[in-house]
Design a binder for this molecule. Structure first.
Ligand code: AMP
Ligand code: GLY
Length: 422
């Protein structure tokens, strides 16, 4: 059973479906894309009791959890108590994403490269600290905020305002009662995913995502408007450094804290002139990174997930294609602010056969047509020997797909954009 209903979960379900070991496949709640390859269950990803009940009712043997929220609320612990194997960390491990303050203190304790930071639960102390800084900082809400908890400030005044918004007005509720104030880093961002069963760590290829809504990295932050893999601009020594000094070091740190971490560990990194530093940790696959990573995975995801859940990751070989992969998100016009849904989607059958269209906010209309049902609607993904070819192929497919007020970025994996790709 896959938990979640986005493009990431469609990609996970698509990859699990290829396994000869798969029996039945459920997705809770899924979308119109997963409905074509699995049985969707009408249970929301936030309904922990409902998910546990569904897993029991359908005699599920393995649960692969997509989003962070159910993990942070202890879904893995609950399922394990029922004897069900889980790909995704327990609540104690999910804290690495659910509490930015705890994650910062962890990396500081174990000497894992990170920006200078300080943690506050007093507004006055936070303000005094900001006043003492030479440069405007980044202010982050400690808790989960659906990707809206980090404020990269242009001035100290802005940082003071953010502190008041979080700590006095409680704009993000309890998530902002504690804040992290940290040094603003300059560099390039990269997503470093790895599979781990708490002992063995198997890195995935690097991927880059595009968080802003508009071309040229303008506009508001979104859940992600596209991604590509590999990140050719990273050199091998830097990659090795990330694997050893960041990802593996973090899994060892978690183990030293008594945390048996099983699932995906995804450090979000800033590659600066001084080398890579941790911006944040995620306790699950990225979205839309998953949509460009899993098509490159040659091995059986079910076998890997089963091995991770059972602490036997050392027994499986994990192989990757050298092909490049590009994913373009098509969103509802207006996203991430207000947008309308319910528009029919045309052209899904017209894309080239080997192009992958992962659904996110889609639903089946009464007459069986696929209609829009969310902010991010589809991720159109193409694999090819080079990023240039993969990009061209993905955008050719995007041209075939239409719905009212569809919006997508034109510059995903575009080399012109400050050499972000090559
Ligand atoms: P986070 O939720 O911590 O990943 O932050 C969201 C985004 O804010 C990151 O993807 C970066 O673009 C930016 N960001 C976070 N921390 C920093 C930092 N210390 N310096 C510069 N940018 C940051
Ligand atoms: N792509 C960013 C995330 O999944 O958090």
């Amino acid at each position: 059973m896959v938990v979640g209903g986005g493009g990431r979960e469609h990609a996970i379900a698509w990859k699990l479906r290829q396994s000869p070991r798969l029996g039945e496949l459920f997705v809770a709640p899924g979308n119109a894309g997963t409905a074509a390859i699995a049985a969707n269950l009408d249970v929301k990803a936030g309904d922990i009791d409902g998910l546990v009940a569904a897993a029991r009712e359908h005699r599920v043997e393995l649960v692969v959890v997509g989003p962070e929220e159910p993990l942070a609320r202890g879904l893995a612990d609950r399922l394990e108590a029922e004897g069900i194997a889980v790909f995704g960390p327990r609540q104690a491990g999910a804290r690495i994403e659910a509490s930015k303050a705890w994650a910062r203190e962890l990396v500081a304790r174990y000497g894992i490269p990170h920006p200078t930071f300080a943690v506050f639960d007093s507004r006055t102390d936070a303000r005094d600290y900001v006043q003492s800084l030479r440069e405007p900082p980044v202010v982050k809400a400690d808790g989960l905020a659906g990707g809206k908890g980090a404020f990269v400030c242009e001035s100290k005044e802005e940082a003071l305002e953010v502190i008041d918004r979080l700590m006095v007005e409680e704009a993000l509720g309890p998530a902002g009662r504690t804040v992290v104030v940290e040094e603003k880093l300059a560099g390039r961002e990269v997503s470093a995913h790895a599979f781990t069963d708490g002992r063995t760590v198997v890195p995935m290829p690097f991927a880059c995502d595009y968080k802003r809504a508009l071309d040229g990295d303008r506009g508001p932050n979104t859940g992600g408007m596209g991604a590509y893999s590999p990140a050719l601009w990273l050199d091998e020594p830097t990659e090795r450094f990330v694997h050893q000094q960041i990802t593996e070091a973090t899994v060892r740190a978690l183990a030293a804290e008594g945390i048996d971490y099983r699932g995906v560990l995804y450090p979000g990194l800033m590659v600066t002139e001084q080398g890579p530093l941790v911006l944040e940790f995620n306790c699950r696959f990225g979205d839309p990174e998953t949509q460009v990573l899993l098509p490159r995975l040659k091995s059986d995801l079910l076998e890997i997930a089963w091995a991770v859940a059972n602490g036997r990751l050392h027994e499986v070989a994990v192989e990757w294609s050298t092909d490049a992969c590009v994913g373009v998100v098509i969103a509802s016009g207006g996203y991430p602010d207000e947008y309308r849904t319910g528009y029919p989607i045309y052209g899904l059958g017209a894309v080239e056969e080997d192009v992958l269209v992962f659904h996110a906010g889609t639903a089946l209309g009464d007459d069986g047509t696929v209609v829009t049902a969310g902010g991010r609607v589809l991720t159109v993904v193409a694999l090819a020997p080079t990023l240039t070819e993969a990009r061209a192929k993905a955008y050719r497919a995007v041209q075939h797909i239409h719905f009212t007020r569809a919006h997508y970025r034109r510059d995903i994996a575009a080399p012109a954009q400050d050499a972000k790709v090559q």
